[in-house]
Design a protein around this ligand. Structure first.
Ligand SMILES: *Cc1c(COP(=O)(O)O)cnc(C)c1O
Length: 348
């Protein structure tokens, strides 16, 4: 009998990527691939996107960036933004990875590593536009810019970009963030900097707020078909993953499905609908997962139950499940156990 598995539709993944590219142009796509490409598998996701022509990848950390480097085209640009220890900075430089820099302290460490390794670092300075998470405060910006310009003149770094991350809590707040961002770019340019890569927006703002897009848009969730929680459906974008598990036992009371909280299914998802050959059925319990046999009299061992997916068997999307428990679709995907097999196949 086949085990529980995450089926991934590669063709739909590419359609999502192209829908995003068409939507955000002329802003270019940086495909964000944190948390193992949102649980879909990093190497597969990067290789497939690179083959389809994606040339910018965003990795949270240097380890992920190196994986992407190993499977993508030689001219792919890879951006790692978390503040990393020195040996990882050196590793990033040797693997031709651009670095996001959100503090004066990190900037100093990056330029020291660049000098020691003998590779000019490509740096994207991060201005804090209000999120107060890793970012150079506006009041410190001019000082950090002058340190960066000195290091640039000395040949240790090249400040290729300016970036920030939006709260996406309200349009007014994001508009204010954009003004802080534009001012930061002006200050850098006035100091002689030449940042050609500007990026501020993630999935939702890239899609809905064209006036906020920079030359690059950092989009993760939408490319993987995960819409915003409480947000509308997106034209041309559909879920690419379907979590499927076999019926392992049928008795007088219930149909037991071979998947549960050990596989990363939140137990709070009790009561959600799952897809079965007989249509949508309620999930009574999650550990181990059961469906009421009275609601599904024809159930047989080996039948497939779809816990989430694009909807073909009555199942809900990962985002709809997430909305039941007040979280985001990404979390449903990234909590799945790495032990679950990932298989690519085209959905009907
Ligand atoms: C996660 C993340 C993104 C992508 O966000 P999505 O909503 O998944 O598109 C972009 N930038 C940063 C800094 C992130 O952490």
């Amino acid at each position: 009998m086949t085990n529980a598995r995450l089926e991934i539709d590669e063709a739909q993944y590419l359609r999502n990527i192209h829908a995003v590219i068409d939507r955000i142009g002329p802003s270019q796509l940086m495909l964000v691939m944190k948390d193992g490409a949102y649980g879909h598998g990093l190497a597969w996701a990067a290789r497939t996107a690179s083959t389809a022509g994606v040339r910018w990848f965003g990795s949270y950390d240097v380890a992920g960036a190196k994986t992407i480097r190993g499977v993508s085209a030689p001219d792919a640009r890879i951006f790692a933004w978390v503040t990393s220890p020195n040996h990882e900075i050196a590793d990033a430089l040797m693997n031709d990875v651009d670095l996001g820099v959100g503090s004066a302290e990190y900037l100093r460490r990056v330029l020291t590593q660049a000098r020691d390794v003998g590779v000019r670092a490509r740096v994207h300075l991060k201005i804090d536009t209000g999120l107060h998470r890793n970012g150079i405060r506006p009041e410190d910006w001019a000082d950090v810019v002058s340190i960066a310009r000195e290091a640039e003149k000395a040949g240790y770094i090249h400040v290729v970009g300016v970036w920030s991350h939006l709260a996406e809590a309200s349009d007014a707040q994001d508009d204010a963030a954009k003004r802080v961002f534009d001012h930061a770019v002006d200050v850098l340019v006035a100091a002689g900097g030449t940042p050609e890569i500007l990026h501020l927006t993630a999935s939702a703002a890239s899609w809905w707020r064209p006036e906020l897009r920079g030359s690059l848009s950092r989009v993760g969730a939408f490319c993987f078909g995960v819409r915003s929680a409480d947000g509308p459906e997106l034209e041309g974008v559909r879920p690419i993953a379907r979590l499927v598990a076999p019926v392992v036992r049928v008795n007088q009371e219930s149909v037991t499905v071979g998947i549960g909280s050990f596989d990363g299914i939140p137990s709070t998802l009790e009561g959600a609908s799952v897809g079965t050959p007989a249509g949508a059925r309620e999930l009574l319990r999650v550990n181990s997962s059961t469906v009421d046999v009275a609601s599904w009299p024809g159930a047989a061992e080996g039948d497939s139950v779809v816990l989430f997916g694009p909807g073909g068997s009555g199942e809900q999307s990962a985002t709809s499940l997430a909305e039941r428990i007040d979280t985001v679709g990404e979390e449903i995907l990234t909590r799945l156990s790495p032990r679950l097999k990932r298989v690519t196949r085209e959905f009907e």
